[in-house]
Design a protein around this ligand. Structure first.
Ligand code: SF4
Length: 259
């Protein structure tokens, strides 16, 4: 069973993905991820109400849901990259702007949809399945959506259009589950300190076949049972702040906080 987010890690750094798989990586909660989870929670409550009652949760209750999640879970943060006040301002601003600018056009049919779908079979006969959780599936042809809460305006939108493991995985899963047709639109909704940036990509059989090829390479690598996989240090992810394997990898040579 391959998780979509793990395939994304593999594309960044194979060794990081291996250490995560065997449980060597440290899992640390950052204020960045907690802000994102809190905003997701408020959005989820709002859309669930829309699906069940026919009307969305109002703006204030949606913001209160996000802030309630934050109040309950912010003590779990290990690495603070924001002040508490700044984090709370971002959560409120992002939930509000989502409610006002994104929610009115939404036609949700599933929120936080967990999936397990078959991907391929390896030469050894091992079946490879894909798992993950989709933020929101909408009526076709409305886009499958993913909420992101990054620190700054997203860059390199052409990269997402050219290749996104996440968009390939989620459109593949929705095609398996719903058989809407193809290609399927996938929208990245970036909520950045109270501003919305949207990017839609259309993915179909060509991207899904590439995803299957990636999964086959991953499965073959796992079955080879190697003690280490290639290290990819050439990117922002290779730092003590963003790689949970830092201590057991580059941190042994470069120190715990060299940058
Ligand atoms: S420290 Fe760098 S090279 Fe090592 S696993 Fe992490 S990202 Fe990969």
């Amino acid at each position: 069973m391959l998780r979509q987010s793990w395939l994304g890690q593999l594309a960044m750094c194979p060794e990081r993905a291996r250490q995560d798989m065997v449980g060597l990586s440290e899992r640390t909660e950052t204020s960045n991820t907690m802000i994102g989870t809190a905003v997701h929670y408020g959005i989820e409550q709002c859309l669930n109400e829309m699906m069940m009652a026919g009307e969305p949760l109002n703006e204030l209750d949606s913001v209160n849901s996000s802030m309630g999640y934050w109040d309950e879970h912010s003590h779990e943060i290990d690495n603070w990259n924001h002040t508490r006040e700044n984090a709370e301002q971002i959560i409120e601003a992002n939930t509000r702007v989502w409610w006002n600018e994104v929610m009115p056009d939404m036609r949700p049919i599933a929120v936080e949809e967990q999936f397990e779908v078959p991907l391929t079979t390896l030469e050894s006969g091992t079946e490879v399945w894909l798992t993950g959780t989709i933020d929101c599936v909408q009526e076709f042809p409305y886009a499958i959506t993913d909420w992101k809460n990054p620190g700054g305006k997203p860059r390199d939108e052409w990269l997402m259009k050219r290749w996104s493991v996440q968009a390939a995985a989620y459109t593949y899963a929705v095609n398996e589950l719903y058989k809407f047709g193809e290609p399927l639109p996938f929208e990245f909704v970036h909520l950045v300190k109270g501003k919305v940036h949207r990017t839609t990509v259309n993915f179909g059989p060509a991207e899904w076949e590439s995803l299957v090829a990636l999964a086959r390479s991953a499965g073959t690598l796992i079955e080879a049972n190697l003690s280490t996989w290639p290290l990819n240090m050439a990117g922002w992810w290779c730092s003590p702040k963003w790689c949970g394997a830092w201590k057991t990898c580059r941190g042994q040579y470069a120190g715990q906080d060299p940058f």
